[in-house]
Design a protein around this ligand. Structure first.
Ligand code: NDP
Length: 259
């Protein structure tokens, strides 16, 4: 993490699980970001208590009401973040919020397919669109010219569960809605990386590991990866080094132009 200099970032679903772990991770950096925008769909609710406590001790955490399945909420969040930032841009957008429905293939439903796709895939799409002006501004204002998290980046929390070639935990949970949503998120990440490269924005999809969170535990077996291990710095190549994850799924188009 030595080379990572982030002035501002936004994490969706930051009130628990990996999202909260990421906020804590960035706070522990030798030079923490000036602004950590913590997206949370129910900031006053019981599940946001830990985040509220953290924010009361760290003035650089700004809690932003954000429901990623609601375009109006996304627009309002982008406006609020823009106001906080004044004239400067947003360095990193982390699309972390996600849901899982553990249906078997034969029991999968239109409702669950739609809800999971809306949250896990359409949410990151709309977030990318709404925050693009702020990400562009960060890239333009950065002294560097390559793609990096210190400049401007979209990080999509995907899952190996959505991998077609090395799909994870099929024997434990079929969960087609979740798998399809993450496979589609991988393609969205590829599209973003191709479209936003010209603006200087790095776009990647990451698998965080099978992590000890509410979602990770919902499979009924103990997940092998601790939260701290998941959000620790990764030693990855592909121009995405210094991203705080061990598992890189999809390189940005900066290093791969194959479709
Ligand atoms: P958790 O279930 O522990 O936390 C999910 C977070 O997303 C919560 O903060 C939740 O908010 C938020 N969220 C869910 N839906 C919405 C929404 N519509 N709008 C705003 N926020 C929402 O999950 P994890 O922390 O484990 O997972 C984080 C990401 O990592 C997900 O994208 C997941 O798919 C991915 N991942 C996780 C793995 C694991 O093993 N844990 C493995 C592979 C990928 P609220 O408290 O309000 O519900």
């Amino acid at each position: 993490m030595a080379g990572l200099h982030v002035r501002s970032l936004l994490v969706t679903g930051a009130n628990r699980g990996i999202g909260l772990g990421l906020v804590q991770h960035f706070l522990r950096m030798p030079k923490p970001p000036q602004w950590i925008f913590a997206g949370c769909r129910d900031p006053k609710g019981q599940r946001a208590q830990e985040l509220q406590n953290l924010a009361s001790k760290h003035p650089n955490i700004i809690i932003i009401p954000l429901e990623v399945a609601n375009p109006a909420s996304i627009k309002a969040a982008a406006a609020q973040v823009g106001e906080h930032l004044g004239g400067s841009g947003l360095n990193i957008l982390i699309n972390n919020a996600g849901i899982v429905k553990l249906n078997a293939l034969d029991a999968e439903t239109l409702e669950d397919m739609s809800e999971v796709y809306t949250t896990n895939t359409i949410g990151p799409l709309l977030m990318g669109q709404a925050f693009l002006p702020l990400l562009k501004k960060a890239a333009q204002g950065s002294p560097g010219s390559g793609l990096s998290c210190s400049r401007a980046a979209i990080i999509n929390l995907s899952s190996q569960g959505g991998s077609i070639s090395s799909l994870l935990t099929w024997e434990i949970a079929q969960a087609p809605s979740y798998r399809c949503s993450k496979a589609a998120l991988n393609m969205l990440s590829k599209c973003q990386s191709l479209a936003y490269k010209e603006h200087g924005i790095l776009c990647v999809a990451l698998h965080p590991g099978w992590v000890q969170t509410d979602m990770g535990r919902s499979l009924g077996l103990p997940p092998p990866v601790t939260l701290d291990d998941s959000v620790s710095p990764a030693h990855v190549s592909h121009g995405a080094s210094h991203i705080p994850f061990r598992f890189l799924l999809l390189p940005s188009s900066s290093t791969s132009s194959s479709p």
